[in-house]
Write a protein that binds this ligand. Structure first.
Ligand SMILES: *[C@@H]1O[C@H](CO)[C@@H](O)[C@H](O)[C@H]1NC(C)=O
Ligand SMILES: *[C@@H]1O[C@H](CO)[C@@H](O)[C@H](O)[C@H]1NC(C)=O
Ligand SMILES: *[C@@H]1O[C@H](CO)[C@@H](O)[C@H](O)[C@H]1NC(C)=O
Ligand SMILES: *[C@@H]1O[C@H](CO)[C@@H](O)[C@H](O)[C@H]1NC(C)=O
Ligand SMILES: *[C@@H]1O[C@H](CO)[C@@H](O)[C@H](O)[C@H]1NC(C)=O
Ligand SMILES: *[C@@H]1O[C@H](CO)[C@@H](O)[C@H](O)[C@H]1NC(C)=O
Ligand SMILES: *[C@@H]1O[C@H](CO)[C@@H](O)[C@H](O)[C@H]1NC(C)=O
Ligand SMILES: *[C@@H]1O[C@H](CO)[C@@H](O)[C@H](O)[C@H]1NC(C)=O
Ligand SMILES: *[C@@H]1O[C@H](CO)[C@@H](O)[C@H](O)[C@H]1NC(C)=O
Ligand SMILES: *[C@@H]1O[C@H](CO)[C@@H](O)[C@H](O)[C@H]1NC(C)=O
Ligand SMILES: *[C@@H]1O[C@H](CO)[C@@H](O)[C@H](O)[C@H]1NC(C)=O
Ligand SMILES: *[C@@H]1O[C@H](CO)[C@@H](O)[C@H](O)[C@H]1NC(C)=O
Length: 360
């Protein structure tokens, strides 16, 4: 009798398991293995990674695909929901008929830092309707970013930056704007080095914590609303040489959360406002080189007690360096001033010209 119960239990369990997880696993296993086979492993494909290794090399059918390196499945449905093959030495292309696109339940996909051989980003990426994280940075994609990316309305983070090999990917002004309008859940947007060549639109997700639009050919004026994004921690608009801006005269809504501000190369043609030092209570990185800044360095910058890196070179600042700035407690690297001819009566300034001024 005990035997019968156990048999029944086994039959029941097998039925449950096979209908719920084994079957989808079989399809997923095949899709993943096909995806693996569409690449060659090349030692130089993930050159910029700290610890690259080919995750797919250990994939084989002796183990459930849900336990493969880089693969995560949903506990209940068994569907593959995460695939992380960043830094995996992959060389090849991802065509529209790739078996990758059969993994329709993916919520997180990271293929950064591989070598997709100048191929285009397939419009099929726009069909992963559950995707919250899409990371394809520095993977040697080129050409136009498909407008279908803005269908991914659940995205929390989109990383497409090309830091090492910039301006091979393009995003049209229209797609840039619809992306920002449609992706209302975005926390992180990394488009450094993408050729966007556009003005900056007004609509951003209020959840935004990281906005990196450096070196993207942006022009026009930075909308003041960007400085008031309530949760912003990183604002990087550096190296957009046709971009101008104004520092808000009042308190910024993002001033307490901002940690990293990269605005080098943006034309402010203004004085640094005194308020800068009062409100940016969390800021650790402040990059304001070549910003066409004039006038004195506000005393209030001595209040930036968390600051680690401060770059002010290649501006037309004059007057004296506020003494408090030279003993800021967290300064790790350097305060860079150039054009120090204008700073009279300070030996450091007088003697070092264009050299960085190091904190002892
Ligand atoms: C993966 O890339 C790294 C860095 O180039 C290299 O050291 C490693 O040998 C590569 N592995 C394989 C299997 O190609
Ligand atoms: C990337 O892959 C292409 C072939 O698809 C190859 O010609 C090129 O050398 C690879 N680049 C690197 C850095 O490995
Ligand atoms: C399958 O992969 C495991 C590691 O995941 C490895 O230990 C084993 O040798 C592999 N088997 C074959 C046949 O490649
Ligand atoms: C996928 O499409 C490409 C051309 O876009 C073709 O060369 C390749 O053979 C196709 N692969 C499969 C598995 O159908
Ligand atoms: C990108 O792909 C092209 C074409 O295959 C190749 O010539 C180039 O070396 C690759 N660049 C990198 C950084 O891998
Ligand atoms: C916004 O996303 C929805 C799907 O969530 C899509 O149907 C629509 O076309 C998208 N709009 C744009 C402008 O991409
Ligand atoms: C950006 O793309 C436009 C065409 O869309 C092109 O004219 C321009 O030269 C590109 N800029 C860079 C820096 O590649
Ligand atoms: C911003 O988006 C809202 C709705 O999402 C829309 O009503 C408004 O017109 C947009 N504003 C701009 C300037 O695009
Ligand atoms: C700043 O935040 C407050 C409170 O959330 C809000 O009422 C105000 O409109 C915001 N100011 C700007 C300029 O966005
Ligand atoms: C910066 O902006 C000012 C005022 O708008 C303008 O006069 C100046 O030419 C600009 N400088 C550069 C380098 O674009
Ligand atoms: C900021 O610095 C100024 C001048 O160095 C000082 O008078 C003021 O008390 C400081 N304010 C705060 C909030 O730390
Ligand atoms: C700084 O430069 C402005 C002109 O840009 C000048 O009016 C002012 O006197 C200078 N201040 C000092 C302390 O040199």
């Amino acid at each position: 009798m005990g035997y019968a119960v156990i048999m029944l239990l086994i039959v029941f369990l097998c039925h449950e398991v096979s209908s719920i997880s084994i079957l989808p696993h079989k399809h997923q296993t095949i899709s993943l293995l096909k995806f693996k086979q569409s690449f060659t492993v090349d030692p130089s494909a993930s050159y910029y990674c700290r610890k690259p290794y080919p995750k797919t090399s250990s994939w084989n059918t002796s183990r459930d695909c849900c336990s493969w390196d880089g693969v995560v499945c949903d506990d209940i449905t068994g569907h593959v929901i995460e695939l992380d093959l960043s830094c995996s030495n992959l060389t090849g292309t991802i065509d529209s008929n790739s078996s990758l696109f059969q993994l329709s339940h993916l919520q997180s996909l990271d293929l950064s830092l591989n070598n997709f051989s100048n191929s285009h980003i397939s419009p099929e990426f726009g069909k992963f309707s559950s995707l919250k994280h899409l990371h394809l940075s520095d993977s040697n994609f080129s050409g136009q970013i498909p407008s279908e990316i803005s269908h991914l309305s659940k995205l929390h983070s989109l990383r497409l930056s090309t830091i090492y090999d910039s301006n091979k990917l393009r995003l049209t002004t229209h797609d840039f704007k619809s992306l920002l309008q449609n992706l209302t859940q975005l926390r992180e947007l990394h488009l450094f080095g993408i050729n966007i060549s556009s003005t900056i639109p007004l609509n951003f997700s209020s959840h935004l914590t990281t906005l990196n639009l450096g070196y993207a050919g942006l022009y026009g004026i930075i909308p003041e609303s960007l400085f008031h994004q309530p949760n912003l921690e990183t604002l990087d608009l550096g190296f957009n040489y046709e971009l101008s801006g104004y520092f808000p005269k009042t308190k910024w809504n993002s001033s307490a959360s901002l940690i990293h501000i990269g605005l080098s190369g943006v034309n402010f043609s203004d004085n640094l406002p005194e308020s800068l030092g009062y409100h940016l209570t969390s800021v650790r990185y402040l990059f304001l080189q070549s910003c066409n800044l004039r006038g004195p360095i506000p005393e209030s910058l001595s209040n930036l007690t968390r600051i680690e890196n401060l770059y002010l070179s290649y501006n037309s600042l004059n007057g004296t360096i506020p003494p408090g700035m030279l003993s800021l407690p967290s300064l790790k690297f350097q305060v860079q001033f150039t054009n120090l001819d204008n700073f009279r009566g300070q030996s450091a300034a007088g003697s070092c010209g264009c050299q960085p001024l190091f904190k002892p």
